[in-house]
Design a binder for this molecule. Sequence first.
Ligand SMILES: *Cc1c(COP(=O)(O)O)cnc(C)c1O
Length: 343
Amino acid sequence: MKEQPTQDIDWDSLGFRYYPTRSMYRSDWDGTNGWSPGELIPFGDVKISPAAGVLNYGQGIFEGSKAYRSAKDRIVLFRPDMNADRLVTSAERLCMPAIPTEEYIKAVRSTVSDNADYIPPFGKGSMYIRPLLWGTGSVLGVRPAPAYTFLVFVTPVGPYFKGGVKPLKLKMTRNFHRAAPHGTGNAKAIGNYAASLYPLKLAKESGFDEVIYLNAAKEDILEEVGSANVFVLKDGILKTPMLGGSILPGVTRDSVIRIAQEILGLEVHETDVSIDDLLDADEAFCTGTAVVVTPIGNVTVEEDKVTIADGGEGETTRKLRTVLMGIQREERDDPFGWVRPLN
Ligand SMILES: *Cc1c(COP(=O)(O)O)cnc(C)c1O
């Protein structure tokens, strides 16, 4: 018998939308006391000063990961340590105090456990975990806030591939950049996403699923797809834009690279990926916690729509997704030790 959630939710109608749950985890920092002992509190609105650093100068970062019921009939997390480390890196870039890794993992575990009855049944989706860190303290001039809040909330989401895998229709934009060299592109900083809403709105109005951005310094190489990393496969070699610039280091990106090398035996290059590399690819796909591994079907550059290979899902793309999801759902061995049972 599979362990079943008890909430009265129509699991089949879940999408990727905010759905309130029971509780959230909160801890507060100030310069005198450091982090307060974190605790679960009822899920609900938070009160904030109009002079808060986050409201005035965008001093805020976030994370995103998932918990789900696995084939072994238990609740698991996927590589939570990587998200914890990334939150620390993002915090440093925005002059915010770091959350110790153990505290981050404890916060995620407590919030997921306390809301476990909201986690969809096996195969019907997952619980999206959203840690936030923001400047709560009041500022007037531009400077780091004197106090911070760390909060974790969770919400049930449906499976991304409901109704099957649909290759993405992308708009390559030459009018907007996602992030600048030496800017905050490699941090999960809230302002990066505010800046992406307008290009995304224009693309959606023209019938595209997402925007593919070019590198701001070298406009002939690829950056990312909205909030997902991009990969291209040509003649058996997998390429993805290298880190160290304005690319967000995705946990899914890292997992796909390791699966490609160590399970599928592919050569992987983290390098510059040109527009032509994408348009001439045998396969192209993007990766992220929400999209997992999703094929790119076509890309429109200026007015030219270019179909990638036959516009469907390539074999390697499918294998990478199947292996990754197999490990995540505990349907196959996890040679990397990535999956962490909740209890
Ligand atoms: C979060 C994010 C990703 C994907 O990261 P994952 O850890 O794989 O979910 C990729 N690009 C951007 C810009 C992101 O914000």
